[in-house]
Design a binder for this molecule. Structure first.
Ligand code: ADP
Ligand code: MG
Length: 271
């Protein structure tokens, strides 16, 4: 029975193909073929090698399930762009695999906006992906270009090189500890320096993760050049140590030169 005047309201539910067409299909002018076929087709520029990296983000593991979708869209691409930056590669294209619990168009639109805003900034074209229903999960693969002999590989460090780090590390991990109520924080700006739990602060700084800063090595003859680059970018670049001959182990020392044993060596999902 229907009350007089009331209409049956049909709420349209977007299909998988509607979602792909409306939210994830954008022009990809530098790809030979973008979204729409079984594969995308890519042609690297002359003399360039492709650099490829994938990261996966799972709700409840890499982000809070109620995280703002726009920020999540940004982060899903940003974590991958940082891998290309680490190897000195220029970002060109990306694919996006996403599992969504439901076709919540408001959520998807905000996610896509965050993703494409960052993609536009770095001139990355979305050229394919996969869309499925399931527990919220996002995996982005980025494809960049770098001349093969200029790729900054981890095995490129030489004994005698300085070790540098960009920006500041630890704040993302400390913010997570704060959200999990493992620590209380008062002045936001100096969170690491003034943290009431110095052991936790040191752990976040040395091994927290989620910072997206770069660690790199360079011969001491490049110090002035590197500092100038930091000045140009408005980015602090800090010399934190040196590569020495011998086994590839990291020895950490405090400001007084005393050896400190880090409780962990970076984030391990199975530790
Ligand atoms: P398949 O049946 O091979 O899985 P789909 O029907 O899932 O192909 O995808 C159709 C097209 O849409 C493909 O070109 C695929 O790359 C693209 N696509 C699917 N999901 C996404 C997404 N989330 N982002 C970008 N492209 C996508
Ligand atoms: Mg598919």
């Amino acid at each position: 029975m229907t009350a007089k005047g009331a209409k049956d309201v049909l709420i349209p539910v977007a299909s998988e193909f509607d979602i792909i067409r409306k939210y994830f299909t954008r022009p990809a002018p530098t790809a030979v073929l973008g979204v729409g076929d079984d594969c995308a087709l890519l042609q690297p520029r002359l003399g360039m090698t492709l650099a490829v990296s994938t990261d996966m983000l799972l709700a409840g593991r890499h982000f809070f399930p109620d995280a703002e979708p726009g920020k999540l869209g940004h982060k899903a691409l940003a974590v991958n762009l940082s891998d290309l930056a680490a190897m000195g590669a220029d970002p060109r294209w990306a694919t996006l695999a996403i599992a969504l619990p439901e076709a919540d168009e408001k959520w998807i639109a905000a996610f896509a906006q965050g993703f494409f805003r960052l993609a536009a900034r770095f001139e990355v074209e979305l050229i394919g992906g996969d869309t499925t229903r399931g527990p919220l999960a996002i995996s982005v693969t980025v494809i960049g270009e770098v001349p093969a002999d200029l790729a900054l590989r981890r095995d490129g460090a030489l004994a005698g090189d300085d070790i540098w780090v960009s920006g500041a590390t630890g704040e993302a991990a400390l913010a997570l500890a704060y959200l999990q109520r493992r620590v209380t924080l008062e002045p936001r700006a100096k969170a690491i320096a003034e943290c009431a739990d110095p052991a936790l602060a040191a752990d976040c700084l040395l091994a927290g993760g989620d910072d997206y800063e770069l660690v790199f090595t360079a011969p001491p003859s490049k110090r002035a050049e590197i500092e100038a680059v930091g000045g140009d970018l408005g980015l602090s670049l800090t010399r934190i140590g040196a590569a020495v001959p011998g086994k590839p182990v990291a020895t950490l020392r405090d400001a007084q030169g005393k050896i400190i044993s880090a409780s962990r060596k970076g984030f391990d999902h199975f530790a």
